[in-house]
Structure formats: structure tokens, C-alpha cells
Design a protein around this ligand. Sequence first.
Ligand code: COA
Length: 566
Amino acid sequence: MWNPAALCCRTAASARSPLLPRSHTLNRVFGREYDALCQQPAQGVQGEGLGRTPGVLPCRSVSSKAKYRQYAQTYPVLDGRILSVYRHVFEENLRNSEAVVKRYSELLEMVRKGGGDKAIWRHTQRNKKMFVRERLKLLLDHESFLELSPLAGLNMPYGDVPAAGCLTGIGRICGVWCVFMANDATVKGGTIYPIGVKKQLRAQEIAMQNRLVAVYLVDSGGAFLPLQAELFPDKSHGGRVFYNEAIMSAMRIPQVAVVCGSCVAGGAYVPTMAEETVIIDKIGTLFLAGPPLVKAATGEYVSPEDLGGARLHSHVSGCSDHFASSEKEAYECIRNVISTLNYDPLPEEAVEHDSPLYSPDELLGLAPRDYRCTLPVKLILSRLLDGSRFQEFKANYGMTLVTGFGHVEGHLVGIVANNGELSHDASLKGSHFVQLCSQRSIPILFFQNTAPQTAEPTSTSQCGRSFSPNFLFLWPNARVALVDSRHLSTVPQAGDSDHGGEEAELKELKEKLEEESSAFYSSARLWDDGIILPQNTRKVIADCLKITEQQKYQVVSPCQHPVMRM
Ligand code: COA
């Protein structure tokens, strides 16, 4: 049974200033301008705005979507011109976007170096292993893949843990979309931190929700011992990863593993609970306690190879199903294993689709610096949808929420996009529209940009994490908070006696709230699946739609038990 997907993109999700009356938000003002513009024939307002993005020629591409309905080309075309009246806000947003994108790129570059140059040298030169990103190149069909939460683990109370010590993402193997979880042993020997557990659990959740094959590349010293109390005993701690493996197997979601390094203690359960496992000679070891513990317990010295090396597990214990003499051979082997899963890739059926009429680069000026810099959301949609075409639903009712249908690279989607504060009418319209999409099995794309008050946290109740959207991404300008701390006053109220102390306290609170509202803070804690650049949004959405669609092609017969190793 295929359930339509829900994808969520937080374009801003900031909190509205309590000082700003609802009727005076810029969005309201600009919303009126935009509506007036749309009622005029296009030629009537030539010269007033920027017009169709210069240099963006309508072009038609070919996608692999099975059924692209021809009549989509009759949907009305959105007017995406950026009027001169929007110009100063657009410029302000652009400056902010450039600053946050720069910060994002710096963090990404840092994370891509894993545990740093010294640790990479030790890993590749001394331990003769491949760096995790090189491994993925051998594993996946293409170099590019959808990386999930690359900034997870940064600036945690226990320090920086680049990529949470474990890369996760979705890529194709033999044409089949698969979720991978790959330890990065350059980050403290690939040991598992609390945030690493959370990241693996989220990757497994994505595999379950979208019925994706799971591939584990295990190279881990097990639990990061100084934080053991935070990562092993509780329900959503380390044990849950192993529990999920059993559940996923019973759900007939295939899981395969490569032992490509040390798999000690907790690290040993992952490959042994996978359905099929490859181990690499001289590199892969698998044991519950390593040689030092054996020595301490029995006084006997045993080499890692004799205790749990590739030969032992392939010839004696049977814990591993395939012996590979090199990393390259191991990834070739796992690709062969995947081709035996009887898992059908998405049919490659060529279909034409139109590109948007406006440049996606302009999304940087439409990504609001804060809620008050929000421009009409249809300007954003016109830069994401095929041919900038949009079949709007209830266009004249509850206008602070825009709902309707469009296509992204040939995939039909329902759109629910904030265009102001979520009013009573807008909520009614939204819930009506969501039911339509559900009835018609159409995936929904939420664009969130709300101004929650303390008493009505709309951004989280619309399609936040608690509602389990298939994917949830943020733009780097996004803010996730109950109040917009930037507009909080730090001046104590009249009548307060200790002005000095209170002012300092308020300032401290404001700074704390500000830091905790940023997209980077959110993404470090896995409140989302990662930050994406506005100009890449269309590609990410299209990939997610293909990923969620793959399950439609699987024939799943009922099965109540997992594969058990004998
Ligand atoms: N908890 C915390 N830190 C750990 C760790 C663990 N379980 N295992 C390794 N580390 C740290 C090391 O202290 C070292 O830190 P440093 O870079 O600050 O010096 C770093 O990880 C790399 O370890 P190192 O031993 O130098 O690297 P290696 O590649 O030669 O070996 C292991 C990696 C994982 C094979 C090896 O460190 C090991 O066997 N660790 C113990 C594993 C264990 O017993 N786990 C039980 C968990 S329940």
C-alpha cells in the first residue's frame, strides 16, 4: 500500500514580532500588490517590475516520471515578476541569504573533512582504509546523492561531532534508491555519540516510511564511552537501532552490511543483524570485546584477526556471508547482493517537463530575512513548479494560505504554502485541501513560513517533525522558534526596581533564544533532515518524490517474521 508523501520545506518559519500588528505585516501589504498585479493582463504592467528573469528561457527537459498529464500544460501560469515595490525587501533578503549561505558553505566544508587531516591520515595511511566519502563513490551508481543532515552534531554540549560521526543519505545502487548509514572512523574511531544514534534512527525511519533498502557500512568502536548514560539504556537509544533492524526485516525491507573496519560491542550487532553481510580481509573485525578486554579478563593475548577477523567470520563462525579481499571487491559484492533483492527500481520512462519561467537563483531574495520581509509565496512557487504553472484551489478564500496543484519535474504535487498568518479560514481551506490530496493519493508539499505566538505554535503543528513528513528540509535563513527573539525588548518595564540586573538577564535570554532559533542549531540536533540551498530546492524535491514513489513498484507479500541467522 503506497501512502502519498508529505514533504516539508521551511522557507522561514520565524516568529512574528509581538510589537507588530497583524494588519501591518509587509506580507499583507505586498499580498495586496501581488493580487492587483495578477488581475492585470501581463502586457499591461510591462516595465513596472523585473519581468521574466532575463536569460531564463522556457525549456523542456525529459524526466523518468511514468505519467505526466498533458493537461498540466493548461494550468494557469503564475506571474513571478518581482515588482519594483518589492525591490528593497528583495535586496535585504538577498544580503541576509548571502551571509547565511556563506556560513552554511563553511560548515559543510568543515564537516566534509570528517575528524580532520590528522585523523584522515591515520585512517588511510596507517590503517589502510578508505575515507568514508570515497567508499560511497564505489558503492553508489552516481557520485551525487541526497545527504541527510550533514550538519548534525555541530556545536553540541559535548563538542563538535562532524556529521554526527556517521554519514547518512539516499542514493541509487543498481538503479534502486537505498538509504545508507556509513560510520566515519576518522571521528573518534567511528564511535557512536547520542546524536549519532539519533541520526541512524532517523535514517532507519526514512527506510521504513519509504520502503527503501538499507545499507550499513560499519566501521565503529561502538559506544562513545564517556557518554554511555546518554546513548544506551533508554528506549530511543542504541538498542533501538538493532530492534529496528529486526522490525525492518519483518517488514521485508532488505538490509545489507559491509564490515569495513572495527565493529566492536554495539558496532558488532549492526552487521550481524543485517540480512546479508560482507567482511573485508585485514580491515574488518567483528567482536563484542576487543583484544585488550580479552587480555584483562583471561590474561591471554589474541590478535584482532584471530579474535574476529574476516577469515574467522567467513570460515568458522559464519557471522559473515561474503569474504572480500579488498574494499573495492566488497562494494562490488554488495552491489551484486542488491541486484538479487528482487527489488524493482523506478521505471525509467522518458517524459517531457518544462522548467520554471523564473530563475531559481532569485529564491535567495525571496527567502525572508525575517517574517516581516516575507513576499507573496506565489513568487517562490513560480520558481519551483514546471512551467511556473499552478492550478490554485480556493484562490479567493483564506488567502493567507495558498493551496493548489502543480508539477515538479513531471510529478504531480499538492501545495500548501503559508502566505501570511494562519487564519481560521485559511486553516479550513488547508484541511479541505489536504483531504483532497489524500483522497487522490497525491503527495503534499508544505512550504512553511508562519509567525507562531507562544499560545499557538502553528509552524510545528502544520507539518513539523511530530507529524512525520517523509522529509523535512530548511533553507539556511529559516528560524525555528516560538517567538522572534530579535524583536524582544531588553528594556525592563516601568516600576521594576532592579533595572540593571533584569536588563542583563533579558539580554542573556534574548541571545540564547536567538542562537537556538537558527537553522544551524535546528539541523545540528536533527530537528530536520538538513539545510538545503533555495536554488537547489526543486532538484531536492524532485529526488524526494522519486524516492517516495519507488515503493509503488514493490510487490510486498505479507510476512511476519524477520530473516534469522542460524
Ligand atoms: N569511546 C571513546 N573514545 C574512543 C573509543 C570509545 N569506545 N574508542 C576509540 N576512542 C577514541 C580514542 O581515544 C581516540 O581518541 P583521540 O583521537 O582523541 O586520541 C580515537 O577514538 C581514535 O582511536 P584510535 O584507537 O587511535 O584509532 P584506531 O583507528 O587505531 O582504532 C578502534 C579505533 C575503535 C578500533 C579502537 O580505538 C578501539 O578498539 N576502541 C575501543 C572500542 C571498545 O572497546 N568499545 C567498547 C564500546 S561499548
